[in-house]
Each structure stands twice: as structure tokens, then as C-alpha cells.
Design a binder for this molecule. Structure first.
Ligand code: FES
Length: 553
């Protein structure tokens, strides 16, 4: 059982969920009109039905409902275990409860109308709720569970987006206010329903016994389908797949589990910064044995593996669901990264953010250092690191790390995306200025001046605290970071100080007249990347300062 690629599944799931969320929100707002009067509720219902009982509205709504249900079953089928965080467990439980909570209401208000033309309006539905306090409690539960499922779904979808944290208070407010108003509307309507005139009808309703029969048939069908998937999926299988780890541990799993789920089920520390969404590559494993005949990587996995230039025997553990035994080596061996990250102050545990990344490197430094005493090399490197650090910090970024004679800096951890791009460009200029000053001050000790090569790119990256123990730090990974690194390599090849992606320059809201634009092949990227080639980074300072502007840092 498999539904198309993981990206398509995820997009379809979000799209169908949004249609349903919109329907539910408008339905609840309609309920809220009951705070004023039943007549207003009925008037709202008439407008509501113009959309949702039209042919396109019906196709959209029930198409979304069907897709969402099938995708939920597919997700259930793909799950390796019921071990999951509380929020996710609630979302799934609420989702699985919905067919049983809503079937009767949908059949009595919509299916009956489609079969007979009978309109069961607010007055009738509210009067039917009077039959017992149990019915009121049942409908209240259905309302709360439906809304909670939708809110959790939206929260899981958006929680890693950087902008969501800015609008989260509004989201939380809507999440509380809408159902409360809807309940108040329903409860007010309950008191008014006794005196209200029933909705005019020319059609005859289905006999109550028929409605019950249809409802019970739906219950049984849902029970069989949902229960069937759970039972077939989770009864222990005789055929087990054995995952062997390079340190000698082995785990036996049911077919269908991913390698990451196998690690988790056995308590083997396995990094998964993006939470198993195939986007960060931190869960990657090298297949030491048993790769042949395993399911091929799907689009998302292929894209992520390509972006890090992974070898043919490397797979993402969160995406690979082995069909036979295999032996793996965990490639990102950071043990308790995430728990360390969560303990760390201001921890960011794997959020997707829009960032700008700057890579810089001293050119020909190895040759230069071979002619110097180690003490001189360390002295020179520390002066250079000071230049980079001051340039990055004064521009509003943070140095991620220094590696050899190179440095990686990130912008956008605390600032907006366009501002991050401008900050990165300013930092590049300041680094070039700093290197020029450094050259002037140490010229007597150098055969040739220090030369810098920088690469800049911007886009989404997974940002989080990674490492182990005291070596834990905030860093970023992903295609954006890899591309910035490749651009720095191209700056060296082209003998220029700066190669910057046109994307970053555009988002920064600047342009660099007089400098060349080239489409470059970037290793690991399918399409060419448009880039600005800047021979001397200080030459772009005028273009940057000409831009009207918010402060850089
Ligand atoms: S956890 Fe597998 S790619 Fe992020």
C-alpha cells in the first residue's frame, strides 16, 4: 500500500486539510451566529450552503474529505510504531475518532438532503439535541475534537517555519475563540429552538430507522477499515527484517518500518534534526551490506542526498524502509545531540529557517603557512579570525565555526530574511576591508598579501544546536549551506573575492551594475544557479549603501 511520492503525499495532505479547516471554521462561525438568534444562524447557513452545496463546493469538500481520510490511513500504514510525542498521538487519536463523532451529523444533514431534498435546518438539529444531555455532550465533544485535530494539524505543519513564531499568538487566540463562540452560539440556539419556526420543507425526511441503519453501516465500515489497517499492520510478523549496526547491535523489525524507526524502537541514539521529514540528512547511514534490492530513494530523499553529494551507498534512515536484512553505519554520530540541544539555553532543536550563509577562505594559505613558523601561522590566523568575527558580528550575523583557514557565518537567526541577505553582503564587504587593513599591517612579514574567497547564498536551512557535550553549538545544515560552500570554491576557481547567488542579491533588494552575472553549474544541484561574480568585494559597498534602508545590525 503506497500513495505516490512523499512530497506529493505531504502536499495533498496539507491541501485537503486546509479545505477541511476552512469548511469547519466557516461552519463554526455560522454556529456562533446563534449568540444573536436562530434566524441569523439560518441566514448564515443559507449563504454557507451556496458555497458548500454547489457542485464545485461539494466536489472540493468531499474530495478533500476522502483524500484526507485515505492519506491518514496511508500514514497509519506507514507508521512503524505507536511510539510518538503526545501532541502527535492526540492529533492521530482525534483524527481517528472523527468518523465516529461526525458520521451521524453528516448523514442527517447532508446525505439525507442529497437523497430526498429534505432540509434539516438549525431549528430541527438543535431540537434533536434536546433529547438528552448526553446528545449535547456528544455534539460538544465532536466540535472540540474536530477543532483540536485541525489546530494540531496546522501547528505541526507550520511550527518549523520561522514566520510562524511571529504569528503564533494570533493562531492560539483563533484556536480558542472560534470554538468557544461556536459553543456559545449552539447553547444559545438550544434555548431559542423551542420557540423557533421549523425550516420550511417540501420534501419528506428519511424514516428515523433508515437514518440509524445508514449511520450504523458507516460506523461498521469505518471500524473495519481503520481497525483492519491497525491489525494487519501491527500484528507481529513471522517475517522479520534484521538491521545490523556497525557497532555490533542488531534490531529485528516488522517490514515497513524505516531504519530510523528501527533505531528508535531499540533505543539506539540516531540523529534526526528535521524529525524524519527527509530534509536535513542528519539521519543518513552508509549501507555496509544488503543495499541491493532495497526500495529506491524517492524524490525528497534523492534531492537531499544529492544536495550533500552523498555516495551511492548512503541513504536517509528516515526514508529507507528495508525489505530485507541490511547492515548500516550511522554517519552523523553525535549521540545525544538532541537531548543536549534541549538542555542548552535558548536551544533551537531543528527548525527550518530562511537564512543567508557566508563561507570564506584564505587563498593559498597552506603554501604561505609552510614557509612560516607555527607561532607566526597561529598569530596570523587569529588576526584573520578576529577580522571575520568582527565583520560578521558588526553586520548582525554569527560565526558558525572556523575550520582551518575558513569560516562559516549565518545571518537570519534573529532577523528577517531580506535583512539577513543584506547583512551577509555587508559582512562580505567588511571582511574584505578588514583583510586589506590586515595586509597593510603585516605586509613586511608576507611575501604576498592575504587573499580572501567568499561564497554567499540564501534559502531554507535546518537550524539547530548540534554537537556533543561542550562541543554543542548552533549551526545550520541543508542545501543552502552546501551551495554557499560551493560558491566559495567557485570564487577561488574564478580568482575573485566574492561569488554570490542572484537569489540572495534580489532578496536583499540590491543590484550590482558593472559586475558580471553568470549561470554556474553547482555540484549537487540539478539546475544551474545564477550568480554575481564580484572581483573585489569592496566594490559593492556603494550599491549597498545606496539602498534606502533599515539598519543592517
Ligand atoms: S531525519 Fe532523516 S532527513 Fe532529517
Amino acid at each position: 500500500m503506497s500513495i505516490t511520492s512523499s512530497i506529493t503525499r505531504s502536499r495533498l495532505h496539507i491541501a485537503s486539510g486546509l479545505v477541511l479547516a476552512f469548511f469547519v471554521a466557516s461552519h463554526f462561525i455560522n454556529h456562533a451566529l446563534g449568540i444573536s438568534s436562530i434566524d441569523l444562524m439560518e441566514a448564515g447557513r443559507a449563504s454557507f450552503n451556496v458555497i458548500w452545496r454547489s457542485v464545485p463546493g461539494t466536489l472540493l469538500l468531499y474530495g478533500a474529505l476522502f483524500s484526507h481520510f485515505v492519506l491518514a490511513l496511508d500514514a497509519l500504514w506507514r507508521r512503524g510504531s505507536f511510539r510518538m510525542p503526545v501532541g502527535e498521538a492526540l492529533k492521530i487519536t482525534f483524527g481517528l475518532a472523527l468518523p465516529f463523532l461526525l458520521a451521524e451529523h453528516v448523514i442527517a444533514t447532508r446525505l439525507e438532503f442529497s437523497l430526498t431534498g429534505y432540509i434539516r435546518g438549525y431549528t430541527e438539529v438543535l431540537r434533536s439535541m434536546w433529547t438528552s444531555s448526553g446528545t449535547v455532550a456528544f455534539y460538544t465533544t465532536a466540535l472540540v475534537v474536530t477543532w483540536a485535530h485541525g489546530c494540531l494539524g496546522i501547528w505541526f505543519w507550520l511550527r518549523s517555519k520561522v514566520w510562524f513564531h511571529r504569528v503564533a499568538p494570533i493562531f492560539h487566540m483563533i484556536a480558542v475563540i472560534v470554538p468557544v463562540l461556536a459553543m456559545l452560539g449552539v447553547y444559545s440556539g438550544l434555548y431559542a429552538a423551542g420557540d423557533a419556526a421549523p425550516t420550511p420543507n417540501s420534501a419528506t425526511p428519511l424514516p428515523l430507522a433508515t437514518l440509524y441503519r445508514i449511520t450504523y453501516s458507516f460506523y461498521v465500515a469505518f471500524l473495519l477499515v481503520i481497525g483492519g489497517v491497525i491489525v494487519v499492520k501491527f500484528i507481529p510478523k513471522r517475517h522479520k527484517i534484521r538491521i545490523s549496526y556497525s557497532d555490533g547491535k542488531t534490531v529485528s523489525i516488522n517490514p515497513g518500518l524505516s531504519v530510523l524507526e528501527a533505531s528508535r524502537s531499540a533505543g539506539i541514539p540516531h540523529v534526526s534534526v528535521c524529525g524524519g521529514r527527509g530534509r536535513c540528512s542528519t539521519c543518513r547511514v552508509q549501507i555496509l551490506d544488503g543495499l541491493e534490492g532495497q526500495p529506491a530513494a524517492e524524490t525528497r530523499e534523492l534531492a537531499t542526498l544529492r544536495s550533500i553529494g552523498a555516495g551511492g551507498n548512503v541513504r536517509l534512515a528516515c526514508q529507507l524502509r528495508p525489505t530485507h536484512d541490511l547492515t548500516v553505519l550511522l554517519l552523523v554520530d553525535v549521540g545525544s545531540t538532541l537531548s543536549a540541544a534541549r538542555r542548552a539555553p535558548n536551544a533551537i532543536a531543528g527548525q527550518e529557517r530562511m537564512v543567508a550563509a557566508l563561507f570564506c577562505d584564505l587563498r593559498s594559505f597552506t603554501e604561505l603557512s609552510e614557509k612560516k613558523l607555527p607561532y607566526d601561522v597561529v598569530f596570523l590566523l587569529n588576526r584573520y579570525f578576529t577580522v571575520v568575527d568582527q565583520a560578521v558580528e558588526s553586520s548582525g550575523g554569527m560565526v558558525d565555526k572556523f575550520i582551518g583557514d575558513g569560516a562559516i557565518a549565518l545571518f537570519g537567526i534573529e532577523t528577517s530574511y531580506p535583512q539577513a541577505c543584506r547583512q551577509a553582503l555587508h559582512a562580505a564587504v567588511r571582511i574584505a576591508e578588514g583583510i586589506a587593513k590586515l595586509n597593510a599591517s603585516v605586509s613586511a612579514e608576507l611575501d604576498a598579501p592575504l587573499r580572501i574567497a567568499m561564497g554567499l547564498h540564501a534559502g531554507p536551512a535546518i537550524v539547530g544546536r548540534m554537537g556533543h557535550g561542550k562541543a554543542t553549538s548552533l549551526t545550520a545544515i541543508g542545501d543552502t549551506i552546501n551551495t554557499a560552500s560551493r560558491l566559495e570554491g567557485l570564487a577561488k576557481q574564478k580568482n575573485v573575492e566574492l561569488v554570490v547567488s542572484a537569489d540572495l542579491v534580489k532578496i536583499a533588494g540590491v543590484t550590482f551594475p558593472g559586475h558580471a552575472v553568470e549561470e554556474l553549474e553547482i555540484r549537487g544541484r540539478a539546475a544551474k544557479l545564477e550568480t554575481w561574480i564580484v572581483v573585489k568585494a569592496t566594490d559593492i559597498s556603494t550599491a549597498l549603501s545606496n539602498r534606502a534602508t533599515e539598519p543592517v545590525a
